[in-house]
Design a protein around this ligand. Structure first.
Ligand SMILES: Cc1cc2nc3c(=O)[nH]c(=O)nc-3n(C[C@H](O)[C@H](O)[C@H](O)COP(=O)(O)OP(=O)(O)OC[C@H]3O[C@@H](n4cnc5c(N)ncnc54)[C@H](O)[C@@H]3O)c2cc1C
Length: 402
């Protein structure tokens, strides 16, 4: 039995943001969150650029933010650049704490769901619940019609023995040896003596050797002169970097009558694999939705998913030039040129997924000058349709997003 108006299946990023926003804006429509794990949001640090969100969006997610900075830095073989663009991080620990305080009675933890229908769910213990709205936010599907590269990383949150002296995030330090594709180290200074350092790879494969990458983090810390006093936490991720895909097939295969959220609805940035801003926008749209019933919400989310897919075409093209046209060791040169040549406002629009036509023209011009790609291969990957046709033939042998 439940008095809830709807059920959010999966207590991850997208569904928890929906639950919080609906709780704030439509308290008459309580939502029940069913999460298989012992906490909401698992073990993540989700970061975003300040300009990914509007001031109003930043205001309502502010209680979730554990740290924010007024600027960020990138380091490449050709030089360093500090961008006066704010950056902020949300932790799953804070997401869990804030959500449990506000909507705790509407959250069921350790509650795996075995079947999802438009008008109800069946839990692993066989119990069923019926409601007018069900949103399936159980993360990315194992099998999906996407040709992917991967952004994989292991992060260590460390306490340093004395102040580390790093005032702002280094979102890419690509001056490290380039192995397994494009490699960079990402550093977030949470306090004077606390850092999250991630060893990150834009790689052709999804397999991750956590211990090797953790050693990479420790070696990087030592090279910066940061002495590790203790390791507070470890996190790892393999994010999808989309090269090509078939969104019609995705929605047809998944079923179009059940609303989906987050990665399952393909609401993420194709080049970064990040989904935090998309999740904020979806939560807002649902808070404004005229009707909170599965049929209407499924249509609304599918429309958003398709529009996002369309605007992300330029990012998939960039990904194809990185993953298919450039040799793995040449990928760093694409990103180096990107940061060396493009203005800050355009880089901000790139991360926000809001490039203008003039930005796209400038991006193409920069990429076409002295490209680190083979000309024939670059021409071959221009068309998404033919890249997808080629990739889908090979998919049986390629790893899918786990
Ligand atoms: C370590 C890591 C760091 C990341 N960092 C960033 C970042 O900095 N910025 C950013 O924008 N993106 C980041 N991402 C990418 C993306 O934003 C996250 O993966 C995000 O959590 C995806 O949100 P989601 O709601 O789709 O899925 P998830 O957050 O993965 O949520 C899915 C939830 O469903 C639950 N679930 C699954 N099956 C069932 C079931 N049968 N019954 C009940 N519950 C179930 C899972 O336990 C999980 O809690 C990161 C990803 C990872 C893995």
């Amino acid at each position: 039995m439940t008095n809830a108006r709807g059920i959010l299946v999966g207590g991850g990023l997208a569904n928890v943001l929906i639950a919080l926003k609906l709780h704030a804006e439509r308290p008459d429509s309580p939502m029940l969150v069913l999460e298989q794990g012992p906490t909401l949001g698992a073990n993540h640090t989700w970061s975003f650029h300040e300009t990914d969100l509007t001031p109003a969006q930043r205001a309502w997610i502010a209680p979730l933010v554990i740290a924010s900075w007024p600027r960020q830095e990138v380091r490449f073989p050709s030089g360093r650049r500090v961008l006066e663009t704010g950056y902020a991080s949300v932790s799953s620990e804070r997401l869990h704490a804030v959500a449990m305080e506000l909507i705790g009675p509407s959250v069921r933890l350790n509650c795996p769901v075995s079947d999802v229908q438009p008008n109800g769910v069946t839990m692993a213990d066989g119990a069923t619940l019926e409601v007018p709205l069900v949103i399936d936010g159980r993360g990315a599907l194992q099998e999906q019609p996407l040709a992917l590269g991967f952004q994989k990383f292991v992060g260590l949150e460390i306490e340093t023995d004395g102040p580390h002296g790093q005032a702002h995030p280094i979102i890419m330090d690509a001056t490290v040896p380039q192995t397994d594709g494009y490699r960079f180290v990402y550093t977030l200074p949470f306090s004077a003596t606390r850092l999250l350092i991630e060893d990150t790879y834009y790689s052709d494969t999804a397999d991750l050797d956590p211990d090797r990458l953790a050693q990479g983090v420790e070696a990087y810390a030592a090279a910066q002169g940061w002495k590790v006093k203790r390791i507070i936490r470890r996190e790892a991720g393999v994010l999808p970097i989309t090269l090509a895909g078939d969104i019609d097939l995705h929605w047809r295969t998944m079923g179009r009558d059940i609303p989906r959220s987050g990665l399952r609805a393909w609401l993420f940035h194709a080049t970064t694999g990040y989904s935090f801003p998309n999740a904020v926008r979806l939560a807002e749209e649902l808070a404004r939705a005229p009707e909170l019933k599965s049929e209407a919400v499924a249509r609304l989310i599918e429309k958003r998913s398709r529009e996002t897919w369309k605007t992300q075409a330029i990012f998939r093209l960039l990904n194809r030039s990185m993953f298919l046209a450039a040799a793995p060791a040449g990928r760093v040169r694409i990103l180096d040129r990107f940061y060396a040549k493009l203005p800050t406002a355009m880089i901000e629009r790139f991360y926000a997924g809001a490039l203008r036509n003039t930005d796209i023209a400038m991006l193409m011009a920069v990429m076409a000058t002295k490209p680190p790609v083979k000309f024939g291969r670059a021409i071959a990957c221009l068309s998404e349709a033919s890249s997808w046709k080629f990739a889908s033939k090979q998919r049986a042998t390629k790893p899918q997003l786990g």
